[in-house]
Write a protein that binds this ligand. Structure first.
Ligand SMILES: [Zn+2]
Length: 104
């Protein structure tokens, strides 16, 4: 395990440090409190893993081929099924968890 980490850190690009354990627990608790199903809707397994970073989906009213940066977006957390890879995304704003990471 330690050897894998050393290899992944050897690249020149700086890496995000990821979410804190405290924040991950807060996100998981928010999903549980809202009754998010424990079984995967695609395969029925219960092998979820919370991604160690947020997804931030850009919103665009038109698909002109240009990527809009800095426009409206939907910051989200995602959990991934370890069996089939199904990705379940949840908007942080709807969970009341938006804007709580500033300064981390
Ligand atoms: Zn699955």
């Amino acid at each position: 395990m330690a050897e894998q980490k050393a290899k992944s850190d050897a690249g020149s690009a700086p890496r995000s440090r990821g979410l804190s354990d405290e924040r991950k627990k807060e996100l998981a608790d928010a999903l549980s409190a809202r009754g998010v199903r424990a079984d995967c809707p695609m395969c029925g397994q219960r092998k979820w893993t919370l991604l160690d970073a947020y997804l931030n989906h850009n919103l665009q009213a038109e698909l002109t081929g240009a990527l809009v940066i800095g426009g409206p977006s939907v910051p989200s957390l995602a959990i991934v099924c370890g069996n089939c890879g199904f990705l379940s995304q949840h908007a942080l704003g709807a969970l009341g968890l938006l804007g709580q990471d500033r300064g981390e």
